[in-house]
Write a protein that binds this ligand. Structure first.
Ligand code: AMP
Length: 450
């Protein structure tokens, strides 16, 4: 289907589309529409920026009849609070001329207010799995009326460790429902989830994971260390006309803070930052300032930025080289959106060279390298992670950690536990050798006495 005229949709939706100025459907929209409309389960492999939100919302809104039902009929699960806010805004735009009620639910905010909002009823709930599950436990939300489940950015969700909440929620949903899932990358974990919960899903793919978007130019620089990377970045950013909306990626919060502080001296008023240790309000404010062009530079970690719908990014700068090539694909997918030209720069150290090669293998291309310009000062200052470790043999006062002073830490024993599910039952079984059953409360007492 090459035109929205080919879609069987109501005039209300048609008007909303024309208000949004969408001229023609994106490939993911043309391909998903008939599948979702047919009621079949669907797995969509699409990166952010391809128009996937609209791809599932358009057929869902088309199929959602008016109802006086207060309980939600559509559940959309997304990995981050930011994405909840964004998807709710999108649904409101599409559903502008209908009476569809959409409600966003996410953690880090007052739960009572969300409970109150739920009592007023909603047709579509957009939620992060954690808070949604809390609301189910308090009985503020019932899922028995859900007819359609959408899980967006499944790969990110599983990455964030949401599997347990996700499967718990799916177990509570009515068996007869339509499942729709979107993921940018296929991983074995995503596959497992599909096998467990989906029935004969139709796979819809628009770009193979690992295929770079054609309209993004990619270059890379070999740079010796963190603070030389800072010098290079400061130099590059001087051209504020060309580098007018720059997303700078680092892999962890510590590096993000370190970079943000280093940039402060040069571009303090132009830079903002998001990562998971920042409060939600702080993050939302940063994103808004960046999106509106008040700040031209946004420093972010991978997890925080995936899924955000930021418009017209001029450059993605990979300040470090992602260990997983898929993360690089996600990062560069943030520029060149909506069929516009974009650019990506990658900084790599000697240690990160292997990761760069992994990325090149995945894409099956070599990223053109630019030689570090002579005027870039080579920094002698090192980060704790870059500082060579002095190994003192037989020093009893020195802690024996090879990671000391680095950005990473070794998990304490108590934090190494893994969630094995059904903990109470497991503990009781271990203690009494046999499961304590509801039917015979005195079983264990009797056995103990023996
Ligand atoms: P998404 O992949 O859902 O994050 O969408 C990326 C962006 O594309 C969003 O800002 C949408 O508003 C926009 N978009 C979605 N569908 C279309 C379309 N058919 N034509 C133009 N823009 C679109």
């Amino acid at each position: 289907m090459l035109s929205f005229d080919d879609f069987k949709i109501s005039n209300l939706l048609r008007n909303a589309i024309s208000d949004l100025g969408y001229k023609k459907p994106r490939p993911i929209q043309s391909k998903s529409f008939p599948v979702i409309l047919s009621g079949k389960d669907m797995v969509g492999i699409a990166q952010t920026g391809t128009g996937k939100t609209f791809a599932y919302m358009l057929p869902i809104l088309q199929m959602l009849p008016f109802s006086k039902e207060k309980h939600p009929r559509v559940l959309v699960l997304v990995p981050t609070r930011e994405l909840v806010v964004q998807v709710v805004a999108e649904v409101e735009k599409f559903g502008k001329y209908s009476s569809i009620k959409v409600l966003g639910i996410y953690g880090g905010t007052n739960m009572n207010r969300q409970k109150e909002a739920l009592t007023e009823g909603a047709d579509i709930i957009v939620a992060t799995p954690g808070r949604l599950y809390d609301l189910i436990l308090t009985r503020a939300l019932k899922l028995k009326t859900i007819k359609k489940l959408v899980i967006d950015e499944v790969d990110v969700m599983l990455d964030l460790g949401f599997r347990f909440q996700l499967t718990n929620i799916m177990d509570l949903l009515p068996k007869r429902r339509q499942n729709i899932m979107f993921s940018a990358t296929m991983t074995s974990n995503v596959d497992k989830l599909i096998n467990e919960y989906f029935i004969g899903p139709v796979k819809v793919t628009v770009a193979l994971s690992g295929t770079p978007l054609d309209n993004i130019s990619q270059t890379c620089y070999s740079v010796p260390n963190f603070y030389t990377k800072v010098n290079l970045l400061v130099d590059i950013l001087r051209n504020n006309e060309l580098y007018n909306k720059v997303l700078v990626f680092v892999s962890n919060k510590k590096s993000a803070d370190r970079l943000f502080n280093a940039l402060d001296e040069f571009y303090g008023s132009e830079t903002c930052i998001i990562h998971s240790n920042k409060t939600q309000n702080y993050r939302l404010r940063s994103i808004k300032q960046f999106d509106e062009g008040k700040n031209r530079i946004l420093v972010t970690t991978d997890v925080m930025a995936r899924g955000l719908d930021l418009d017209k990014i001029s450059h993605v700068i990979n300040f470090d080289t992602p260990q997983y090539p898929e993360n690089y694909m996600h990062r560069i997918g943030r520029t060149g959106r909506a069929e516009e030209k974009g650019a990506s720069l990658l900084f790599f150290t000697e240690n990160e060279k292997q990761y760069k090669e992994g990325i090149e293998d995945l894409m099956n291309i070599k990223i053109p390298e630019i030689v570090l310009p002579d005027h870039i000062e080579i920094a002698t200052r090192l980060t704790p992670a870059e500082t060579p470790k002095i190994i003192e043999l037989n020093n009893p006062t020195k802690r024996n950690s090879s990671e000391e002073g680095s950005d990473f830490h070794v998990k304490k024993d108590k934090n190494k536990r893994t969630n094995q599910g059904g903990s109470y039952k497991r503990i009781i079984e271990k203690k009494y050798k046999k499961a304590k059953t509801k039917g015979d409360k005195n079983y264990n007492k009797r056995n103990k006495r023996k």
